[in-house]
Design a protein around this ligand. Structure first.
Ligand SMILES: *Cc1c(COP(=O)(O)O)cnc(C)c1O
Length: 361
């Protein structure tokens, strides 16, 4: 008998049990076709229907406007860090980036290889514990776009608002927050998200891009990295990650069954509320983030004494609460509570935190 434990991993993260079971049931024989999705031609009628249904379900969930293209690409979110300037920043050009933590810093570092990056605002002045208000942003006229990271997966800092950047395309790395609640896609030039947090298995990255932004890639841009070519070929310029695409499709169906993103917003709001409340009302645990900027998906917290980290993690594992160790650059703990992590899992964590605190006397 296998048993499923509570998994708080930051990524690759927990997937809904119902989806894993369906994938298991369909693994050997997909819809009576006598073969698995992994073994089908990506150009077959069968896979085409898998791919098109997944895209349509994602469009329904996020109400993606008609003039946006949805791409299912490879290389994770990290490849986008280079792909974005190659497509949208002309040779010798520049772009505005907002620095809110480790993931935006990586995007900045990579974009700097291709042109001038103006760091228009940085959370550094707040020790990365608060998001700099829009009034303090120094956007530049020369920028071809504005890039930001709505949810910093490691620091646990999240925008509760969408920046206003005039007529410049706004580009967002939504890897760890996409599909956690409704989103007005029309406010963005492009959204991208590595799949392994809220969409499916790693390796796949979903890109949602406004059609009029395509076709301006610099001539040195590799064919495989040109969004216009990907869009023209239905994300099948080469063989796409078919199994990841299929699993993403199962997740989108599951989200629809949960009641869509309004329902997910209610569930996720309740989850984050119980966890932050447990932290804030304790003497032992703390989270340093400005309350208005706290992440719903990634909740870092520290124990008052680092020497308690090991016993805390050991007790957690004994109770089936997995992957709570914080990122190596931050230390402490981190609970990632993505869509597939239930209120029941959060309640079990909160109960254990209280029990552990009581033990310390
Ligand atoms: C996980 C993550 C990434 C990196 O994703 P990869 O698929 O490993 O490249 C980038 N940005 C954010 C915000 C993330 O959470």
């Amino acid at each position: 008998m296998s048993k499923r434990l509570f998994n708080f991993c930051a990524g690759p993260a927990a997937l809904p049990e119902a989806v894993l079971k369906q994938a298991q049931a369909e693994l050997l024989d997909w819809h009576g076709k006598g073969l698995s999705v992994m073994e089908m031609s990506h150009r077959s009628e069968e896979f085409t229907s898998v791919a098109e249904t997944a895209e349509q379900d994602l469009r329904d969930l996020l109400s993606i406007p008609e003039d946006y293209r949805v791409l299912f690409l490879q290389g994770g979110a990290s490849q986008q860090f280079a792909q974005i300037p190659l497509n949208f920043m002309p040779e010798g050009g520049s772009a505005d980036y907002i620095d809110t933590g480790i993931w935006s810093a990586k995007a900045i570092e990579e974009a700097s290889r291709y042109g001038h990056v103006n760091v228009a605002a940085s959370a550094k002045a707040h020790d990365y514990f608060a998001i700099p208000g829009q009034n303090d942003w120094d956007l530049s006229d020369a920028a071809s776009y504005v890039h930001y990271t709505p949810n910093e997966t490691i620091g646990g800092l999240e925008f509760g608002w969408i920046p206003q950047v005039g007529d410049k395309p706004l580009i967002a790395d939504m890897s760890s927050t996409i599909l956690s609640r409704p989103l007005d896609v029309s406010k963005f030039g492009m959204i991208y998200a590595g799949a392994q947090k809220n969409i499916g298995p790693s390796g796949l990255v979903v890109v949602i891009v406004r059609e009029d932004m395509l076709g301006e890639a610099r001539s040195s841009c590799p064919t495989m990295l040109d969004y216009a070519i990907a869009a023209k070929n239905g994300s099948m310029y080469n063989t796409p990650p078919t199994f990841g695409w299929y699993l993403a499709g199962l997740i989108f169906k599951w989200l629809k069954e949960q009641g869509g993103l309004e329902a997910m917003e209610r569930i996720n709001n309740a989850k984050q509320h119980s966890l932050y409340q447990a932290i804030d009302t304790s003497e032992l645990y703390s989270n340093p983030i400005n309350p208005a900027d706290r992440s719903w998906m990634n909740v870092p917290f520290r124990l008052a004494d680092d020497r308690l980290d090991k016993p805390f993690l050991k007790g957690a594992e004994e109770r089936g609460l997995l992957n709570l160790k914080g990122h190596r650059s931050v230390g402490g703990m981190r609970a990632s509570i993505y869509n597939a992590v239930s209120q029941e899992a959060v309640d079990a964590l909160v109960a254990y935190m209280a029990e552990f605190e009581k033990q310390q006397g």
